[in-house]
Design a binder for this molecule. Structure first.
Ligand SMILES: *[C@@H]1O[C@H](CO)[C@@H](O)[C@H](O)[C@H]1NC(C)=O
Ligand SMILES: *[C@@H]1O[C@H](CO)[C@@H](O)[C@H](O)[C@H]1NC(C)=O
Ligand SMILES: *[C@@H]1O[C@H](CO)[C@@H](O)[C@H](O)[C@H]1NC(C)=O
Length: 159
């Protein structure tokens, strides 16, 4: 009898774990921006009052065809910049202040056309894991008033 009761309790715990699912959402599924501009990609995730930043993992990657690049990595609440891909070095601003509200805001600056692709963030806390992704499309700057540097690059690509 006692054993059955224990099993029942275990089941109830399991069910409440599953129904109180941890969710990760993107706030926008598609972003479009122009080269050299900045953009802020945003995700939301389930937070509980007891959620501590020490138990927080965030792993964001850019997927382009079969390759992936680490955009941002937060390990137990601490940013691990060493694992960030060279492509994003110094170009990703992470807003720590909105984490407590369950928001992940990544500002990518000086956008390049090769930043285009699928951005997937995996988030983990004591409550579970989840992920969601959005697409970013960076178009080449077409403004002829842009720097001559960009002009000569464009000239090359036109040939
Ligand atoms: C995620 O999206 C679903 C469906 O739109 C919504 O019900 C839920 O509250 C969202 N959760 C978070 C943490 O943003
Ligand atoms: C883009 O980001 C860079 C670096 O964070 C900043 O210096 C610049 O002012 C931003 N530009 C715009 C238009 O927000
Ligand atoms: C662009 O290419 C043309 C022909 O190759 C050349 O004459 C011109 O000087 C180039 N312009 C720039 C801005 O590099």
């Amino acid at each position: 009898m006692k054993l059955i009761f224990r099993i029942l309790l275990l089941l109830i715990n399991l069910i409440s774990c599953v129904s109180g699912t941890f969710v990760v959402n993107v706030t926008q599924t598609y972003y479009q921006a122009e080269e050299n501009h900045n953009i802020t990609l945003e995700w939301t995730f389930t937070t509980k009052p007891h959620t501590s930043s020490k138990s927080l993992f965030i792993y964001c990657n850019l997927f382009v065809e079969n390759k992936h690049f680490v955009v941002f990595y937060l390990h137990e609440g601490v940013e691990v910049s060493e694992s960030q891909d060279q492509q994003f070095s110094g170009r990703v601003q992470f807003d720590k202040n909105v984490l407590r509200e369950g928001r992940i805001r990544l500002e990518l600056s000086r956008l390049r056309t090769e930043d285009s692709g699928l951005y997937l963030c995996k988030v983990g806390t004591d409550d579970g894991w989840g992920s969601d992704s959005c697409r970013l499309s960076v178009t080449a700057a077409l403004d002829p008033a842009d720097t001559t540097d960009q002009l000569s690059v464009k000239n090359q690509s036109v040939k």
